[in-house]
Design a protein around this ligand. Structure first.
Ligand code: HEM
Length: 385
């Protein structure tokens, strides 16, 4: 965060030593994220300097979980795919998922509540989102345990590619992910249920069947987005509460404030720190001219601490009135499709955890995720009382 303050002090659009353009201003981040004519998405292959070897090989449709998904598309193509899945994550669908999410949370709490010490991330914060997304996508019960273990591997591998060994690991994991999705799609094609994959597989009069490539990319995106992010919302929230006696006391005495708490955690320590856009034409941003095809790092986490929008931005204040103006879920056409689900899962998990274990305390050093973009604890030993 001190780096973000330095960037903000330097000006609205700053050029880093590596030549990257960055903006920390909330106003400009919103302008960039909402203007799809002047700013487009960044091809994933440009983000990773090395070829992942995951492009279509001609023999079978090998789909990159992000590059081929609607997260990487610009309007209007983006909307065509997003519209198909959006209702499955809307408020009505979420109300229907409430009992399932509560039971996933309660099941994992049962497992840890009696241990003298457990890893809050590996045994709770990561398990809840993986369990929920598995249920939503219709992963059969018999494969849930494998899916849980395997979810952790994907999460670790996607933290960044910095060495050939990591690249090999990521390729192996993404290959597994692709195979898993192919099996899931085939299984749900044969045995349809009321899950998201079955709905996407079946064409209806008002919804044409998805092309196979789009279907795979969408399922993989949902799986990854489901594992990778909400774990950090829960982890960051617990870490903040364990370090702030007053915030924790307030929360334990008013568990219904869980939504507000989650919102302020998303502002103060967002799981995703930045996203990238590329200029589609020569533009002027905050008075700074940028040529066409300039990549721009949109610092969501810095925007969340912009004093022009948030009073005393560096103070964690769960009853903050305008916390919802944060950009943790981005903005514009790519605004997080799972935002409602993540808010619900985060609030339910935090409420249940502190109601069941009000005396929860830290029980060892926290290890952080190594990624610069995806932020949260990787290991967090705690004791239930
Ligand atoms: C997009 C954050 C949870 C599904 C995004 C973006 C952000 C984000 C920042 C936009 C990236 C950009 O503008 O380039 C988060 C955070 C979460 C979370 C912080 C948890 C706290 C979820 C969950 C799901 C999900 C649980 C659903 C399974 C998606 C999808 C997109 C997306 C499908 C692509 C939207 C589009 O391109 O139209 N998320 N996400 N997210 N997220 Fe989330």
């Amino acid at each position: 965060y001190p780096d973000y303050e330095r960037i903000r002090a330097l000006g609205p659009v700053v050029t880093s030593r590596l030549g990257l353009r960055l903006t920390a201003a909330h106003r400009l981040c919103v302008e960039v994220l909402r203007d799809h004519t002047r700013f487009g998405t960044m091809p994933v292959s440009d983000l990773y300097p090395t070829d992942l070897g995951l492009r279509h090989d001609g023999a079978h449709a090998f789909v990159h979980p992000i590059e081929d998904s609607f997260l990487a598309l610009n309007p209007p193509e983006h909307g065509r795919l997003r519209r198909l899945v959006a209702p499955l994550f809307g408020p009505r669908a979420l109300r229907g998922h409430l009992p399932m999410i509560e039971s996933v949370v309660a099941g994992h709490l049962d497992r840890v509540a009696e241990s003298p010490r457990f890893d809050l991330i590996g045994e709770f914060a990561a398990r809840v989102p993986i369990g929920v997304i598995a249920a939503l996508l219709g992963v059969p019960e018999s494969e849930r345990e494998d899916f849980l273990r395997w979810g952790g591997v994907v999460a670790a591998a996607l933290d960044g590619v910095r060495s050939p060994a990591q690249l090999r690991r990521m390729r192996a994991v993404l290959t597994q992910l692709a195979e898993f999705c192919a099996e899931l799609v085939a299984h749900r094609g044969r045995h349809p249920g009321d899950d998201v994959v079955s709905l996407l597989v079946a064409a209806t009069p008002d919804r044409p069947a998805l092309a196979r490539k789009d279907l795979f990319a969408t399922v993989q995106l949902l799986l990854l987005a489901g594992f990778e992010t909400t774990v950090n919302l829960i982890g960051n929230a617990v870490r903040l509460l364990l370090a702030d006696e007053r915030a924790r006391r307030d929360f334990v005495s008013d568990p219904d404030s869980a939504e507000d708490l989650a919102e302020e955690v998303l502002r103060y320590q967002p799981p995703i720190h930045y996203t990238i856009r590329v200029t589609r034409e020569p533009v002027e941003l905050g008075g700074v001219p940028l040529p066409a095809a300039t990549p721009l790092v949109v610092l969501l986490a810095a925007a969340n601490r912009d004093p022009e929008v948030f009073a005393e931005p560096n103070r964690f204040q769960p009853d903050r009135a305008n916390a919802r103006e944060h950009l943790a879920f981005s903005s514009g056409a790519h605004y997080c499709l799972g935002a409602g689900l993540a808010r619900l899962e985060g609030a339910l998990a935090l409420r249940a955890l502190f109601q069941r274990l009000p005396g929860l305390r830290a029980a060892g050093p926290v290890r952080n995720r190594p990624s610069r973009n995806v932020r949260g604890p990787l290991v967090m030993p705690v004791a239930p009382r």
